[in-house]
Design a protein around this ligand. Structure first.
Ligand SMILES: [Zn+2]
Length: 316
């Protein structure tokens, strides 16, 4: 036995050695492979983390933006509700102003109406609805504001100018025209008479009838004829101031229709001032004449205060 290793042993040892080297190489290779995988995984993990971070930051950003947006919306909503309140306030103010204006307008209208009434009254003789008779006096200087000539065709006899109140003459003409259409030829005997004319007539009557003339002829200053709104009328057949006119159809027509033209009979049968004067008609305006007709009252039955209320509408 020698100490030299046998060939088999050498080969065996060489094989082991080579195998070890091979294994080492494989191990190193595997290790390297593993390292590379680890690196890759780490990279991937890092990338993933980064992605997550990015995502988180984006989400956060979005959340922040959303918060901002919602706070902006809230802000706008607040401002809107504020401006709605302001709008309500403005609307309320407007309404108040409008109401004030309406009230003001009403007041102006009312004032204008009152002014209109006052203006109308200032242009209307207050004497036109005054009672005149033995107990009520008319100023001797009174002359109506407007006097118009009564056309000749309405005169009972020609040759004398006759005047009637300028604002009432159309009512007189309408009445006489309509009477004629109904077959009654009613004419004017006498109309406006001045204070002086009244004196002349009175003295004539006094000469003829003495103190008895007081019963049918008003003293100067008491006569409704001085107003310009009073006429003595009769039908052409009767011809004059005669009580028999009361029995005619023409008179019956006047009794039934004169109020429609604003005329009333001043001294009806049984009045306390004069004898019954069926020819003596006074214009008092349609309103008053209608009311008297419907209530079956006479002009002198009413208080002066009641009569005055009709003055503003006398020529309506
Ligand atoms: Zn008369």
């Amino acid at each position: 036995m020698n100490n030299t290793p046998s060939t088999k042993t050498v080969i065996f040892r060489a094989t082991i050695f080579i195998s070890l080297i091979g294994l080492s190489v494989v191990a190193i290779y595997l290790y390297q492979q593993n390292q590379s995988h680890q690196e890759k995984i780490t990279t991937l993990l890092l990338e993933h983390d980064y992605f997550l971070l990015e995502k988180a930051s984006t989400t956060k950003l979005l959340a922040e933006e959303r918060e901002l947006a919602s706070s902006t919306i809230q802000d706008l909503a607040n401002r809107l509700s504020l401006s709605n309140e302001e709008l309500d306030d403005i609307e309320r103010d407007l309404k108040r102003e409008k109401n004030k204006n309406d009230e003001f307008e009403d007041q102006i209208k009312e004032i204008a109406g009152t002014v209109g009434v006052l203006d109308k009254l200032s242009k209307t003789d207050k004497e036109l609805l005054q009672k005149y008779s033995r107990t009520y006096f008319l100023n001797e200087n009174f002359i109506p504001l407007k006097l118009s000539l009564i056309p000749e065709k309405y005169h009972m006899s020609s040759g004398k100018e006759m005047y009637f109140h300028g604002d009432a003459i159309e009512f007189l003409e309408d009445m006489l025209d309509d009477a004629k259409k109904a077959g009654h030829d009613i004419r004017v005997i006498s109309a406006f008479r001045s204070f002086e004319e009244q004196i002349a007539i009175k003295s004539q009557h006094t000469l003829v009838y003495g103190s008895g003339s007081n019963a049918f002829s008003a003293d100067q200053g008491y006569s409704e004829h001085q107003l310009g709104t009073t006429v003595d009328i009769t039908d052409i057949l009767t011809g004059g101031t005669n009580t028999s006119f009361a029995t005619t159809e023409a008179y019956a027509w006047l009794q039934k229709n004169a109020h429609k033209y604003g005329f009333i009979l001043s001294y009806p049968e049984g009045n306390q001032f004069y004898i019954f004067e069926p020819w003596h008609w006074r214009f008092v305006g349609r309103d008053l004449a209608n009311d008297l007709y419907n209530s079956d009252k006479t002009f002198y039955d009413l208080d002066q205060r009641e009569l005055d209320a009709y003055l503003v509408k006398i020529f309506d």
